[in-house]
Ligand binder design. Structure first.
Ligand code: ZN
Length: 166
């Protein structure tokens, strides 16, 4: 799940994709959670539970994360006709899984968390567990968000200067 860190990654990615509107970067970084929301309302996936493991493999499993990333990149290709932008968007969608891989199991918030599925229910789960301590959560969430905001501000400044010098 990891809430704020994804926004940090999206803001930082403005540096490598200055032409893409920031709201598209933000949506891309949260596609996997948006998919989870749809599956949640469809009754296929669950809210994270305190005492049991809810891996939600249809949104957050490695295999499906790869598929959602490829699909997002492909959709971006249809819309933008720009291979680089599509690659960035696909990578950004997948960055969600990377961040979640670093953060899960988030046992400091959800003691029953076992990590992310590789495939579907019953398959092995993985994760580095940075969010297994409150300190890890704080550094991971707020640290990543702060760094992302800084990179974003510097990028906007640089873009403004470039415009002025043309
Ligand atoms: Zn997530």
């Amino acid at each position: 799940m990891a809430a704020l860190a994804h926004a940090g990654v999206a803001l930082a990615s403005k540096r490598i994709a200055p032409k893409v509107p920031v709201w598209i970067l933000l949506i891309a970084a949260y596609v996997i959670d948006i998919v989870w929301g749809i599956f949640f309302f469809a009754g296929i996936e669950q809210l994270p539970a305190l005492d049991s493991s809810t891996t939600n493999p249809w949104s957050h499993g490695l295999l499906m994360a790869v598929i959602w990333s490829l699909l997002s990149g492909f959709l971006m290709m249809l819309v933008s006709r720009d291979r680089y932008t599509s690659l960035v968007i696909g990578a950004l969608v997948f960055s969600h899984w990377i961040i979640d891989f670093i953060s899960h199991p988030m046992t400091a918030a959800f003691p029953g968390d076992t990590g992310l599925s590789l495939l579907f229910d019953g398959s092995p789960t993985v994760g580095l567990g940075l969010w297994s301590t409150q300190l890890g959560i704080n550094i991971g969430e707020y640290g990543t968000l702060m760094v992302g905001i800084l990179i974003y501000i510097f990028t906007l400044q640089k873009l403004r200067e470039e415009k002025r010098s043309v």
